[in-house]
Design a protein around this ligand. Structure first.
Ligand code: ADP
Ligand code: MG
Length: 292
């Protein structure tokens, strides 16, 4: 029974763009009680674009984009790509960075023309004693619009805010609604801030939103869900999703994501469509009903 079922399952799966790397996954799918989703690149397209630039009085947009674009040129993060792209569109000639470092879950730091430059979230500003509190209301406004707002500072002086928005995939809301109607709980785990995460969660129908999770924390959150729901699937695309994908009972990678995530997963959604998960679970339930 089982080997044939696996072959049938894999065949139909391939047709729907579901690549099954680990045969056990097709059996585990029918047991799944909860699914945790990463946000950026999983629920959203992972192609954020700059939507707002708010500069501190006396700071020109050109200066802002020169520093922000130059430093983000060294980062692989989708947020960084959006900022570099914006600088290019505005025809800003980028400079050189030395002592560059990316600080997971916070942002990037480096020296440009002898000046220390920071781009990242509130945590990064706090750690470096950069006052941004006067812009708190502005940050909240942007985050309530589902945008990720990042702060730029030179030395200990704030230069302004750059906000990016990452469009939600066309089928994310449909996938969540179908999973919930099949009795499966959905959750979102993200490193992004709570307000942005809640706004995205609301628009796709996920109520259990776990935000401001540091990369190492994603594994712990999956464990917590497993304590409550036993069999938990995790969906993600990033390097920092890999340990959580391994921890979950069915790790699902986005085909357009990083190789590290794909290698850590049992299943790959080749086209990145979340409705593929609905098909996989239905398939698993149907196959094993027939066998019994
Ligand atoms: P996610 O889980 O949504 O993919 P990450 O853990 O990668 O999020 O990042 C969390 C937060 O850290 C981002 O929302 C952003 O505020 C900040 N951050 C991370 N990388 C960068 C970067 N290259 N430039 C600016 N901010 C960054
Ligand atoms: Mg991601």
């Amino acid at each position: 029974g089982t080997p044939t079922a696996l072959m049938v399952g894999s065949g139909i799966g391939a047709e729907k763009g579901i690549l099954i790397r680990n045969g056990e996954a097709i059996q585990t799918f029918k047991e799944v009680k909860a699914i945790a989703f990463d946000k950026t690149g999983t629920i959203t397209k992972g192609k954020p674009e700059v939507t707002d630039l708010v500069t501190v009085e006396g700071v020109e947009e050109e200066e802002f984009l020169y520093y922000a674009g130059t430093i983000e040129n060294g980062s692989e993060h989708p947020l960084a790509h959006a900022i570099v792209e914006k600088a290019k569109i505005q025809k800003i000639k980028l400079g050189e960075v030395i002592d560059f470092s990316a600080i997971v879950g916070m942002g990037v730091v480096g020296r440009i023309d002898g000046q220390e430059i920071f781009v990242g979230n509130r945590k990064l500003m706090k750690e470096n004693k950069i006052a941004y509190e006067a812009y708190e209301e502005e940050l909240i406004r942007l985050e309530e619009e589902a945008k990720t707002a990042m702060l730029l500072a030179k030395g200990n002086q704030l230069l302004g805010i750059v906000a990016v928005a990452d469009p939600i995939k066309e089928d994310s809301a449909q996938a969540i609604a179908e999973l919930e109607s099949m009795g499966i709980k959905t959750a979102m785990i993200t490193g992004d801030n709570s307000r942005t995460a809640a706004a995205i969660g609301k628009s796709v129908g996920i109520t259990h939103v776990i935000a401001e999770v540091l990369p190492d924390g994603k594994v712990e959150e999956v464990v917590r869900l497993q304590e409550k729901y036993e069999t938990v699937a995790m969906v993600g695309d990033g390097i920092n999703d890999a340990p959580a994908l391994k921890q979950s009972n069915v790790g699902i990678a986005i085909g357009t994501g990083t190789d590290i995530a794909i290698e850590a997963a049992d299943v790959t959604l080749v086209r990145g469509e979340l409705t593929g998960i609905v098909s996989a679970i239905k398939l698993s339930r149907a196959i094993f009903r027939k066998i019994k």
